[in-house]
Structure formats: C-alpha cells, structure tokens
Design a protein around this ligand. Structure first.
Ligand SMILES: *Cc1c(COP(=O)(O)O)cnc(C)c1O
Length: 475
C-alpha cells in the first residue's frame, strides 16, 4: 500500500493543486460508467477498484508523472482491475491436444443427456429418495445402481465419489486388520502419491506382496495365503505396461483360488470399460463384464475414464459384500451426490440402449477415423490461409492420446494442423489467454491442433482464436 499522501507535506504548489483537483470516489460513483461497473461487479468491489485507481493516480502525481486523472480514465482503470479480479478460474476450454481423457481438463466430457440430467437435478426437487407410487422414502440406489446391475450382470452395485474412495471403502470395510495379497507387478501409483501400499496402510489392511515385478503366477498367491488373509486383489495397470518376459495370473484363477480357501477376490479395474476398446484398434482393456464373469467378488473402477460419465467410483459385485459397504460408517462420507447420480444414470442409459458408441462423447471421439479428421483439418487450413495469407502451416500425421498424463497410454492415429512460428511457446501462451482458451501442443517446434478432441460447435471459435493469436504474434 502506498503511504497516505498529506497535502500539508507537499511543498510544490503545482502538485498541491493537482492533488486537490483530483476527483473523489463519491463523484466517480455518480458517473454512468461507474454505475455500469457496479451493476456487473457489485458495489463493494467497484468502490474498492475506484479507490485503488485514485490511490495510484495520486502516487503517480507525487512521483512527478502526468497520469490521466479524468473521471473516465480512472473508471477505465477500475474496470481493468475488476476484470482481472473476476476472471473465473474454472472455465470452458477448447481441447486441441487430442488427449481424449485429459486429466487436467476434467477427464470425460458428458453426453447431452447427462448434461440435461444434471441441469434438471440441480434446478428441481427430484425423486432422489422418494417413491412416487407409495408416496414415501425410497432408496437412492434405485437409479444408477439398478442400471449397473442390468448392464453388467452384477448382483449389486454402489456409487461413491471416485475410484480412490471405492478402494478406501472396500478395503476399510472388508480387510481391516487382515491381509490382502497383491502381485509385486501391480503395486500401482496412480498420481499425486496415491498408491496401493499407502491405501492399504490407510485402511489398516496388511499388504502381502507376492511374485516378482514382471511375473506373478497363481502359485505365488497360493503360497502367500495365511490364516489372516482376507482377499486376493488384482490392480489393473492403467498407467504403465510390463513388456518382455511378463506374466500375471489370470483373474479367473485368482478367484478360483480365493474361493477354494474361503477368501474374496477383489479387482481394482481403474478405467472400467463397459465396451471393448479393441473394436477401435486399441489394446483390449479388461471390461467390467469380464471381471464379473471371472467371478471376482468385488470390482471397482472410475466413472469418468473409459465409462465416459461424471467423476465417481463404481463398485459392483456380490450383494453380501456391497451390503457390508452400504452399512459401513464411511459410506456417508464417500457416497455420490445427486448431480453425479443423475449424470451417471443418464450415461449408463446410453449403454442400456446400445448407443454408447454414438452418444457418449469420449467414445464418439475415439471412434473418429483418419479420413474424417483429414477432411476437418483441410477445411481449417483452407479458411486459415484465406484469413492469414502469410501463414506457414501444413497437415501432419500424428497420434491422439487416449489417457492423458499417462506415459504409456494407448494412442490412436490422427492428423493435425501444424503451424510454424518463430516462438511456438509464446503462441501457446496467447492461445491460452483467449476468451475461450485453446489448449494445443508442440511437436518438433510446430504448434499442433488435433481435431479429434475439438467439437464441431467449437470449430469457428478455434479458427477465430488461432487467427487472433497469430496476428498478435511475430510470425
Ligand atoms: C485412475 C485409477 C484410480 C484412481 O481413480 P480416481 O477415479 O481418480 O479416484 C485408482 N486405481 C487405478 C488402477 C486407476 O487407474
């Protein structure tokens, strides 16, 4: 804060006159442009911004500068301050990275039906826990959980906040004070320090590591069983891959072994695909249905990865186990809220109708083929060249990443618009500063725009944004 300036301490008569002539906050507030600001930003923030503009003008005068001290100039200054202060931190972006499930851009984008379900659930009283026939309370598990049973064939299901919460609940409720056997090849760290050994400790379950990093056979699990064992657990490697001499005991064998000893078999599936990714030319991702067919007793996965729904964790499996989870005190802290339930129910409805491929955005995005992407980029290039004559750009083959933030993620063939500029990093920055920020990436010193993750309704904004960012840059 600049020190308060006292007129009595100012010697220079000219400066004294200038300071005395400076307008006041009250006078500024009576001007129409200030009243407009008040309507947009509220009275207190507007007063604060005007006061700050006046303080700075006063300090500039004292410093011997000649600031514009007209009312309009001061209000414009206040407007700049208010704009900066009110820039939302959470805003839509245009994802031109080609990363389908982008961990920093909110993972899966929801379907139109899921969006509508969220809006309706948010703005109405809804039958979350109310039976219209009986006119009384009903279970909130009738919605998404009922659909999950229908789609996957599971006996029971439960929705919590995310997959980490699913693991926390399952292990706390079913393995506290007991042993859980996990292959040394599956002690996965997801991100942010969330890993299986820490989760086990948090749940007061004893982790028993068996096998070797690259190889764990069913006999290794068998030798790990003691009187303290509660379960055998598989953790799916969603973010790394063992190549070369690698082997993991199949889930069926683990389940059979577990059941033969009166134990449970758990499966942390991670991504939780309900459809076969091999149909898109990707590596086959184990599906929820396969986990159930292998007779895992409890399987959990994320709702906002390959399922294409809202952030949540989904547990499916035997009724006996799901019932224990429902009765556990943690469930009250971990259960999903009504907006999540609404969005997930609408997302699952696409699977029930057999329209997931065409209606769920991430599946539609992953299904896009190169010729279709090529046509899109050609269209962009044509329009851009007409608008920016000295544009240095071409079309280049590239690969879109399915799971962002994951080094060994699966990729899909794509083509991208490649723009060459002197300073690609500063172009990326200008793209990020647009009203609808564009997130792109650099490959071989070119700025790449992958059409796979750009929605049709965003194309105009993309072209306008690229033009604006290029014009402001040194090409
Ligand atoms: C992604 C993932 C998690 C964490 O899921 P969140 O939904 O982010 O909590 C846990 N385990 C595995 C195997 C995962 O892939």
């Amino acid at each position: 804060m600049p020190e308060k300036i006292r007129l009595s301490n100012v010697d220079d008569p000219e400066l004294r006159a200038a300071l005395r002539a400076l307008t006041s906050v009250d006078r500024l507030m009576r001007m129409k442009p200030a009243q407009d600001l008040e309507r947009v930003y509220g009275r207190t923030p507007t007063l604060k911004a005007l006061r700050a503009a006046l303080t700075d003008a006063r300090a500039a005068l004292v410093d011997g500068l000649k600031p514009d001290t007209t009312g309009l100039a001061l209000i414009n200054d206040a407007r700049r301050r208010l704009r900066l202060r009110f820039v939302p931190t959470l805003q839509p972006t245009l994802n031109a990275t080609g990363i389908v499930i982008h961990p920093h851009l909110g993972r899966a984008v929801l379907s139109e039906a899921a969006e509508k379900a969220i809006v309706e659930a948010a703005s109405h009283y809804i039958t979350l826990e109310y039976d219209l026939n009986e006119g009384r309370r009903a279970s909130r598990l009738r919605h998404a959980e009922a659909l999950l049973k229908e789609i996957t064939g599971a006996e029971a299901a439960l929705i919590v906040n995310n997959n980490a919460a699913a693991g926390l609940l399952a292990l706390s409720a079913l393995a506290k004070g007991r042993e859980v056997i996990v292959s040394r090849g599956q002690l996965v760290e997801v991100s942010g320090g969330f890993n299986i050994p820490r989760l086990m400790r948090q749940c007061r379950a004893q982790l028993v590591e068996v096998g070797a990093t690259n190889r764990t056979r069913i006999g290794d699990y068998e030798r790990g069983i003691t009187r303290q064992t509660a379960a055998l657990m598989r953790v799916h490697n969603t973010n790394f891959r063992l190549v070369g001499a690698a082997e993991a005991a199949p889930l069926e064998q683990m389940a059979r072994l577990a059941h033969g000893h009166g134990l449970w078999c758990f499966d942390d599936l991670g991504s939780g695909a309900l459809l076969d990714t091999a149909a898109l030319g990707l590596v086959h991702e184990p599906t929820v249905q396969e986990s159930i067919a292998a007779e895992a007793d409890l399987t959990w996965f994320s709702g906002d990865k390959l399922l294409g729904g809202p952030q949540c964790g989904i547990l499916v499996g035997r009724s006996e186990l799901i019932d224990k989870l429902r009765r556990h005190p943690l469930i009250r802290a971990l259960r999903a809220d009504k907006l999540t339930i609404a969005a997930l129910t609408a997302t699952l409805d696409h699977y029930r109708r057999g329209e997931a491929n065409t209606h769920i955005p991430i599946w539609r995005i992953m299904s896009r083929r190169v010729p279709d992407l090529q046509r899109t980029v050609e269209r962009w290039l044509l329009i851009l060249k007409a608008r920016v004559p000295d544009l240095n750009a071409d079309i280049t083959p590239t690969r879109s990443t399915v799971n962002g933030g994951v080094l060994m993620s699966e990729t899909l063939p794509s083509v991208a618009l490649a723009v060459q500029v002197n300073e690609p990093d500063s172009l990326l920055m200008r793209l990020r500063r647009l009203e609808l920020p564009i997130i792109a990436r650099i490959e071989e010193d070119k700025v790449l725009f992958d059409p796979r993750t750009v929605f049709e309704h965003q194309e105009q904004a993309l072209i306008d944004g690229i033009c604006a960012a290029l014009v402001a840059s040194d090409m």
